[in-house]
Design a protein around this ligand. Structure first.
Ligand code: NDP
Ligand code: OXD
Length: 314
């Protein structure tokens, strides 16, 4: 048995070291330097080259190095074996920190006070809503959306969420499916997107959606936070909506093209806050232990967990 690493955009050597620390007898090799393709039973991937997993005739499972698996389903020649994604408390906690931080930053208008500081202006805006008066709406109520929602709720925010299927969550108002999207948007001041990228969600963050957000809230205008995937958003629409006032601000961790091209107007727009796709980075030690634990249990006869539904692609 061996593990093949197919990793682009992350440090393969680092991941090899962390994964190899979990096995003493089985090789952990970095593609394309695979000694014996027939010995490869598991592939660990991040943005792998399309078609490159097709050489392993004894492949038993594909592991994503992240929670998202859109990079795996982008391969039209994907082998028909289970695809496993990361579900890890360390990663989940990091995402909730990012969401809570930016909701607070916008509720408390910290970006404006940063600017005032740079100009040495001493002025307090009388508009200072309490968290309970700010309506946060989370698109995606999976592992990440639920955790962020509960943490926002603890601070006092008025939280609702939207998912594909109906569900009940304590303290969080829920909406489901295309039929309830407009009602969800109409009660949302700060929109947080934690959706996966699938054929159904691609481009969902667009001008017509932004126009449906609440404009009667306690914050000065709708704010968009996206840490799902860049292809969920139409960046031209974000810029246009910021210019026209349909959106007040946007906080983006993910982009249509990554790294964000130097010439993108998003870089210097005063109402845009950018982070380099690290809202919840994968901690190699925690993720390597997660993958190793799964493989060891599977080898011993237990089923894999967090296997992605191929039809839904998340
Ligand atoms: P989950 O699979 O646990 O949750 C996905 C949620 O999205 C579910 O609630 C699901 O609905 C909902 N959803 C999916 N498709 C639709 C749709 N068409 N309409 C409405 N709701 C939909 O994923 P996670 O919470 O673990 O992760 C979410 C995403 O976050 C990842 O796929 C990844 O892209 C991104 N991510 C980004 C990171 C970063 O650093 N920027 C780090 C980690 C992840 P239902 O519950 O009904 O199935
Ligand atoms: C992930 C990511 O999907 O980091 O985990 O984007």
């Amino acid at each position: 048995m061996s593990l093949a690493l197919h990793i682009n955009g992350m440090d393969s050597d680092l991941w090899q070291a962390h994964l190899a620390a979990q096995w003493h007898d089985s090789p952990v090799e970095i593609w394309p330097a695979i000694t014996d393709p027939n010995a490869v039973e598991y592939a660990v991937t991040w943005r792998h080259q399309a078609g490159s997993l097709g050489h392993y005739r004894n492949l038993r499972a594909i592991f994503s190095l992240g929670a998202g698996v859109d990079h795996i389903f982008a391969d039209p020649q994907l082998p028909d074996v289970p695809v496993v994604r990361v579900v890890d408390g360390d990663l989940t906690g990091r995402m909730s920190e990012w969401v809570v931080m930016h909701c607070l930053m916008h509720m408390r208008q910290q970006r404006m006070y940063d600017w005032q500081q740079s100009e040495r202006i001493w002025a307090s805006d009388p508009l200072q809503p309490a968290a309970q008066d700010v309506r946060v709406g989370i698109m995606g109520l999976g592992v990440l959306g639920q955790d962020a929602g509960h943490k926002l709720k603890t601070i006092g925010f008025n939280v609702a969420g939207w998912a594909r299927r109906p569900r009940q969550l304590s303290g969080i108002e829920t909406y489901a499916g295309a039929g309830e999207l407009d009602a969800f948007l109409a009660r949302t001041d700060i929109l947080v997107c934690l959706l996966p990228l699938t054929p159904e969600t691609r481009g969902i963050l667009n001008a017509s959606l932004f126009e449906k957000l609440a404009r009667d809230g306690a914050v000065p205008g709708p704010v968009l936070l996206n840490a799902g995937r860049g292809q969920l958003q139409v960046e031209a629409d974000i810029l246009e909506s910021l210019e026209s006032g349909v959106l007040r601000a946007a906080v983006l961790d993910v982009f249509e093209q990554e790294p964000l091209p130097q010439e993108s107007e998003l870089w210097h727009h005063p109402a845009v806050t950018i982070s380099p796709h690290n809202a919840a980075i994968s901690n190699p030690q925690a993720i390597a232990a997660f993958i190793a634990g799964q493989i060891k249990a599977f080898q011993a006869g237990a089923p894999l967990t967090h296997v992605v539904d191929r039809a839904r692609q998340y």
